[in-house]
Unconditional design. Structure first.
Length: 251
């Protein structure tokens, strides 16, 4: 690490990753946004899934001011976030074979829908099986992952494959193995993860693309407004009424 402050080093690393994402993933961002717009226009539903900290970027898309009202969280009990106790159980559940198929069997997902799956490593059984099973059901899948893991780690799915191998579109977050951007001689482990910053930015870029794509077709994007600005709640009530059959987080 240079003589600059660790905070500055982290900002520099995050900004570099964001610039790479903007420049190197532009085509995939456009394709992913178009896929979501196509799904909305065809009366399909939108879902997002991530396990552990990968769930943070998924949750950021759901019931979000400025976001598409049709994005629903596909939750796997015990695997979303660190609210489960002990928190290590969530990591263990990611490696359980058959869990994803059981979740999809009881979910509202159907052919013609779109599912965003977020997994930094893309190597665990849960996201791999989630993508495989969703596609067999006729669901289009967008994967957000660090492609580097596929060349430097071993898959934990029985197929030996990774999330990236079972997606219609893949967004590469460029995050290095281990998800820690900084090192210091006095600290024995790398630190300062940036995956949440980069993944959230990638997905918000996709959502912006989807909204603009719908508008270009003459379709008003089903966007939510902040409930903390005047008129926001009335606006959202109208959207919920119009698209209630495709919104599951209010049920």
């Amino acid at each position: 690490m240079s003589d600059s402050k660790p905070a500055d080093q982290f900002f520099d690393a995050a900004i570099t990753l964001l610039q790479r994402s903007r420049d190197e993933e532009a085509e995939n961002i456009e394709a992913a946004g178009t896929l979501l717009a196509d799904t909305v226009a065809a009366d399909g539903r939108l879902f997002a899934f991530g396990a552990g900290h990968s769930s943070l970027a998924a949750q950021d898309l759901v019931y979000r001011a400025g976001g598409l009202a049709l994005m629903n969280l596909l939750a796997v009990p015990g695997a979303v976030g660190v609210d489960v106790m002990p928190a290590t159980l969530g990591s263990a559940l990611e490696r359980v074979d058959g869990l994803a198929s059981a979740v999809l069997d009881s979910s509202p997902l159907r052919a013609g829908d779109a599912l965003v799956i977020i997994s930094l490593s893309g190597r665990n059984a849960l996201p791999v099986e989630m993508a495989m099973s969703a596609r067999t059901r006729g669901v289009r899948v967008i994967g957000v992952t660090s492609v580097a893991y596929a060349s430097e780690t071993k898959s934990r799915h029985v197929s030996g494959t990774y999330l990236k191998d079972h997606c219609d579109i893949v967004l590469d977050s460029k995050i290095a193995i281990g998800d820690a951007e900084l090192t210091l001689d006095t600290i024995p482990a790398p630190f300062a993860p940036a995956s949440t910053v980069v993944t959230a930015a990638l997905l918000q870029a996709v959502m912006a693309t989807a909204a603009a794509s719908l508008a270009a077709r003459g379709i008003e994007p089903p966007l939510l407004r902040s409930g903390n600005v005047d008129g926001g709640l009335d606006w959202n009530s109208r959207v919920f009424e119009q698209y209630g059959d495709r919104i599951f987080y209010r049920r």
